[in-house]
Design a protein. Structure first.
Lengths: 472, 52
């Protein structure tokens, strides 16, 4: 769980808010219930008390304490009903005092007499005693037989234990609820963010080579939908602009070809004339060589732009890569020999890939040509094909000068040359490997340089093709 | 062009493959003789003719 993630932070805030809400609700419930229960208790205590008050007011002036006590016992049975009753005369003389209640929730002997002067009207008080807490209502009565103070009380024990039970319940239930709600909230946020994950997965697969893919639009009608739609519009504009620039490159290189061909034709015509002086022939020849260089540059650019615009997949067939590799190596053997480099076929296991034969050949030619160019006299260049891990592998290894680490990330870039001086002398424009990579990506293949597999610190270029059929 | 007839477009733009092969031909055809049959016209290509 990542503490900086949106899901985690939302869940944390959610837990905090929920805890605060539950704390307020819990406190309110606890306090409200306490008040409600106390009010009910007071109400019922007062109703009992009124029974005694009515009785006292109806008594004769000479009524005895024993008669009053008997009447109270008959009407209320305080001990059996766990109630506290005390009747006191204005003189402080005790008329009646109830005994120990059946449930022994308090001891009447612990209840101190209410000090004089008594309150003028009905009053309720909570009495804390060593044996238990009581709610006692007291009321002064003026009866024919004199003034009395009637006190009647209920034990607070059931109420307090109910409160305690509520507190225990809240203390256990609320944290559990918070944990569940927070966990659920975390999962919900993750679930809600899943479309965003899908969008980023798709976005990761969109490259400048393939701007056709679009993000999934979740029809939620909210910010997520608007985001994916906006991003898709952006992709469409990006694709249009990339297509425009590719089209421009393709058109430009195409348009350059015709004037170049005309220039070349005219110059060749001059050189071929009988009356052409050797000096003029030499000069025009030099220009023609540069024209040839320009032509090759333009045709490389045209090829790259055609690969970019994606019309590479037209003539795809099953190509026997092994045969193509060994055949091309054979054709180039003399070039290698001319430079004193040994070009030999290596391990050539049968591999068949789907693709454009002449473009695949271009890959092999460019890789071999590079390998031969950058291998000193006496070195070796070898070409290998094999099946590995569900891929058709083409490898061109050389024992050449190798590639410096700093150049490795750039060697497939257009017009990049590791060594300006050396490459120019060989006539390379720095497009060979760029073409190789474009052809590879048009074939769904990836290309890498593996310095480890190369003999004697040379280079090893490895192309991994998806294999078209099992057993090739 | 020789390169398009013998090899294919894959070799276009690179390479001195024709020069190399012509050099091998020269070695086999012309080296032993005073009159060279294979002539180079710079910027244009190669021709077979008896030089004057």
């Amino acid at each position: 769980m990542n503490p900086r993630s949106l899901a985690f932070r939302l869940a944390a805030w959610y837990a905090l808010l929920l805890s605060a809400t539950f704390a307020v609700v819990g406190f309110g419930t606890f306090y409200g219930l306490g008040q409600y229960l106390r009010a009910g208790l007071r109400d019922s205590v007062e109703r009992r008390s009124q029974q005694i008050e009515q009785y006292l007011q109806q008594t004769a002036p000479d009524v005895s304490d024993a008669t009053i006590g008997e009447a109270i016992t008959t009407r209320l049975a305080p001990e059996d009903n766990n109630r506290y009753v005390r009747v006191t005369r204005a003189s402080g003389q005790l008329v009646y005092h109830s005994g120990l209640p059946a449930d022994r929730s308090f001891d009447p002997a612990d209840i101190a007499p209410l000090p004089q002067p008594w309150p003028a009207g009905r009053a309720a008080r909570a009495v804390t005693s060593a044996s238990g807490d009581l709610l006692i209502t007291s009321v002064p009565i003026a009866a024919p037989s004199g003034r009395y103070l009637v006190e009647l009380g209920y034990s607070l024990q059931p109420l307090e234990s109910a409160e305690r039970r509520l507190l225990e319940l809240l203390a256990v239930l609320l944290p559990v609820l918070v944990v569940f709600a927070t966990g659920g909230g975390y999962l919900l946020v993750q679930w809600a963010l899943r479309p965003v994950d899908q969008m980023s997965d798709t976005a990761r697969q969109i490259s400048i080579q393939d701007l056709e893919a679009r993000l999934p639009v979740v029809p939620t009608g909210d910010a997520l939908q608007r985001l994916s739609i906006s991003l898709n519009h952006m992709l469409a504009r990006l694709r249009d602009s990339v297509q425009t620039s590719r089209r421009f490159l393709a058109d430009a290189s195409h348009e350059l070809r015709t004037p170049l061909t005309i220039v070349k034709g005219e110059l060749q015509e001059i050189v071929s004339r009988e009356q052409c002086s050797p000096e003029l022939a030499e000069r025009v020849g030099s220009v023609l060589e540069e024209v040839a260089r320009l032509e090759s540059l333009v045709s490389s650019l045209l090829m790259l732009s055609r690969l970019d615009t994606g019309d590479a997949q037209r003539e795809w067939v099953e190509v026997n890569l092994t045969e193509l590799a060994s055949g091309t190596a054979e054709q180039m053997r003399l070039i290698a020999e001319d430079r004193g480099v040994l070009l030999q076929p290596g391990e050539l296991a049968p591999v068949t890939v789907r693709g454009d034969r002449s473009r695949l050949k271009q890959v092999i030619v460019n890789l071999l040509d590079n390998a031969i160019k950058f291998t000193p006299k006496g070195g070796t260049v070898s070409v290998h094909t094999r099946l590995y891990d569900g891929h058709g592998i083409l490898e061109v290894r050389d024992s050449g000068i190798g590639i410096p680490d700093s150049a490795l990330p750039h060697i497939f870039d257009r017009f990049y040359r590791v060594d300006e001086a050396r490459s120019r002398e060989d006539g390379g424009a720095g497009l060979g490997l760029a073409i190789v990579r474009s052809i590879c990506s048009a074939h769904g293949a990836d290309i890498e340089v593996d310095v480890q597999r190369a003999p004697e610190h040379g280079s090893c270029f490895r192309v991994r093709f998806p294999v078209s059929s099992r057993g090739g | 062009m020789i390169i398009e007839h013998v090899w294919d477009q894959s070799f276009e733009g690179l390479t001195n493959i024709v020069d190399v092969y012509v050099r091998y031909l020269r070695r086999k055809i012309d080296d032993a003789f005073a009159v060279k049959l294979i002539q180079t016209i710079r910027g244009v290509g190669y021709t077979i003719r008896a030089a004057g």
